[in-house]
Design a protein around this ligand. Sequence first.
Ligand code: UFG
Length: 352
Amino acid sequence: MSVLVTGGAGYIGSHTCVSLLNRGMDVIILDDFSNSNQKVVQRIEHMTKKEVKYYSIDLKDKDAVHSVFADNEIEAVIHFAGYKAVGESVVNPLSYYDNNLISTIYLLQVMKQFNVKKLVFSSSATVYGRPKQVPIAENAHLSATNPYGRTKLIIEDMLRDIYASDNDWAITCLRYFNPIGAHPSGNLGEDPRGIPNNLMPYITQVAIGKRPVLQIFGDGFSTKDGTGVRDYIHVMDLAEGHICALEQLKKVTGFNFYNLGTGKGYSVLEIVQTFERVNHVNIPYIITDARMGDIPISYADPTAAATGLGWKAQRGLEEMCIDAWRWQKNNPTGYSDKKNPHLMQSGDFSFS
Ligand code: UFG
C-alpha cells in the first residue's frame, strides 16, 4: 500500500512513517518543514534501510499537492500536518484557522479529484474540551476551549459531512491523548522549536541542562497530589494505532473516531518522579500558578480502539521516560546536531 503522510517529518508523523515502512508499506512524505527538519527523512531511511520519497510542500499550495497526486499512485492518506500549539492559537487564531482548515480542505479536494478516499486524520483529545467525567469515551460531549482545538473539531465535522455525502470514503479520526517518548533507537524524538509547551520535552531539556528548572503549573487541582493528571501514551504505540486504522480502512468504508490513550492517568509529579528514578537524573522544579485553560484531569477510555481497531497501548510510563531521555541524551540539540555519534542502525532494535 502506498501512503501519503502529510506532516510526516513531525514528531508523531516520523514515528508513524517508520512503522509503516517496517510493515512493508510505501511512504511518501509531504511536509513544509516549517516545524520539522529534513534530517528526519534521512534518519527514517537510515533506520528502515528504505528509500522515502518526500516533497517539501506547503499544503496550501494546491497545485503542488495536485502534482504529488498526479505523480504517485496514492492509495491512502494520513493527515498530520497542522499547527498544534494551544497558546499560540489563542494569540493568533486566524493563522490557525487559515493554516489548519484551508490546507485540509485543499487536501480533501485533491483526494476527491484523484478518487483517493481513505484517510486517517490526526485528531486530539482536545475535542473533549473540559471533560465532565473520566475516563473519557468517544461519545462524551465535544467542545473546544481554544482555536487550535476548534480546528480539530471543525475538521472532524467536515470529514463526517464528506462521508455522509459519499459513502465510498473510509475515514478514521484518531483522538490522541498525551504522546511522549521516542523511538527506542534514540534516532527520532520530539524536537520542539523554542521553549517547549509540553511537559516531557521540558523535563528532558531540564535533565540535559538546557533549562534550569521545571515549572509545575499548579498543585491545587482536585487530583491525587494536586498536580494535573493526563493519559501519557508512548509515541510508538500511537504510531501503531495508525497502522491498525489503515488496515481497517483497507477493508471497510465508514466514518469512525477512536481515542488513542492508555486509560491510565498520571500526575505531573508522578511523571517527574518516574523520570528521575528510571533515568537516575535530578529534575529541579518549582510550583507556579496553574496555566490558563488547563484542565485538572484527562484520561481515555481506550475500549473502542481495542474493539474496533484491535489496538491497545503496550508500553508503560517507565519505557516512555527511558526512551524520551535516550533521545534527548543522544541529540542534545535535537535534529540541529551536526554530528551524532549515537546514531544506531534499525537492526539494533526489534520492531513489533
Ligand atoms: N505542565 C507543567 N509544566 C510544563 C508543561 C506542562 O506543569 O512546563 C503540566 C500541565 O499543566 C499539564 C501536564 O503538564 O497538567 C501536561 O501538559 P502538556 O502541555 O504536556 O499537555 P496538555 O495536556 O496541556 O496538552 C496536550 C496537547 C494539546 C492537546 C491537549 C488535549 O499538547 O495539543 O493535550 O488533548 F490539545
